[in-house]
Ligand binder design. Structure first.
Ligand SMILES: Nc1ncnc2c1ncn2[C@@H]1O[C@H](COP(=O)(O)OP(=O)(O)OP(=O)(O)O)[C@@H](O)[C@H]1O
Ligand SMILES: [Mg+2]
Length: 296
């Protein structure tokens, strides 16, 4: 893997010539009110393969996967352990590069970018959330959330103010001075989500963000993801849990490195919330069984 961290830690990312490194506003900045705007693919994966070499063994983690994700979509990637979900997510997040095929993000072929451009792109456009939270230990939630802004070169006062707002937006106003070890799993994950959204990214990528959470904390985190999506952000999450996937708009199922199924869910986002929400009562009507089996 070429990059292990979603953002560089040693020095500030190179500021791109024509675009601001970090968008200014947090709430809704990635596309509030863009329902009228024509949708365009933020992610275009064309026949992407990934082969890992383990000594003499070749592991084909992805086999000519093609996937198109439009701005504002909310996608769950599912599949059994080892089916290639994290490998695909790492490629989508430009944390790893494919062995074959093409990956375009906002119409730009990632293979045309150098390391600095990729670091800029990750800082500017992508927010990452991981199953194990990946917060820096012995450091307050507030300082953790400030980190991506520090790497982007923002000054102290603005950095602090934006980090505080991001933490408030995930219900962490009263816990922002606590260190990770003083927070529950759900609170740590909400801090991690605040860290992902503090740079106002248009794309949120989450690898099993609810994998270590109980059902209550899972609901909290999912509600935040849904809100971020309603604000116009594209959200892609990996999950093993059908209840979690059912709250997204689309399910892409991988099997043995291939897209086994790509199914859009209808109804769940149009319906008014039930008066007494219960997890099982939220199951959406599925849009038929249109499934795609990629050729091997
Ligand atoms: N860095 C690596 N080196 C060698 N093989 C790897 C590497 N990363 C992943 N693999 C292999 O690629 C395949 C897909 O792995 P991946 O981590 O994408 O699966 P996953 O669907 O995310 O599984 P899980 O649900 O367990 O997280 C597996 O067979 C795995 O062993
Ligand atoms: Mg994985």
């Amino acid at each position: 893997m070429r990059h292990l961290l979603p953002f560089r830690s040693a020095q500030p990312a190179r500021v791109p010539r024509t675009r601001p490194l970090i968008a200014r506003a947090i709430p809704g900045g990635a596309g509030t009110g863009d329902a009228q705007r024509p949708r365009h693919p933020v992610i275009e994966v064309h026949e992407v393969s990934k082969v890992f070499h383990l000594g003499q063994i070749r592991v084909r983690a992805l086999r000519e996967v093609s996937l198109r994700i439009e701005t504002g979509d909310f996608v769950a990637i599912m599949g059994s352990s080892g089916s290639g979900k994290s490998t695909l997510m790492n490629i989508l997040g430009c944390l790893d590069i494919p062995t074959g095929g093409r990956y375009l993000i906002d119409g730009v072929d990632v293979s045309d970018m150098d390391e600095d451009d990729l670091a800029d792109l990750r800082n500017r456009k992508i927010g990452f959330v991981f199953q194990s939270f990946n917060l820096v230990p012995r450091t307050s939630a507030l300082v953790n959330v400030e980190l991506p802004l520090a790497y982007a070169g923002l000054r102290g006062a603005e950095r602090r103010e934006r980090a505080e707002r991001a933490l408030q937006s995930v219900g962490m106003a009263k816990r922002m001075h606590h260190q990770p070890s003083e927070l529950s799993g759900g609170q740590q994950q909400r801090a991690a989500v605040a860290r992902a959204l503090v740079t106002n990214p248009s794309l949120i990528l989450a690898d099993e963000p609810t994998g270590n959470l109980d059902s209550h904390a899972t609901e909290d985190v999912l509600r935040i993801f849904s809100r971020l999506n309603e604000e116009g952000r594209t959200v892609v999450l990996i999950t093993h849990e059908p209840d979690v996937a059912d709250q997204t708009k689309r399910i892409v199922r991988l099997s043995d490195g291939e897209v086994l199924e790509d199914r859009r869910l209808v109804g769940v986002h149009e319906r008014p919330p039930a008066p007494h929400p219960q997890k099982s009562a939220h199951r959406p009507a599925h849009a038929g069984s249109a499934s795609v089996k990629a050729g091997r």
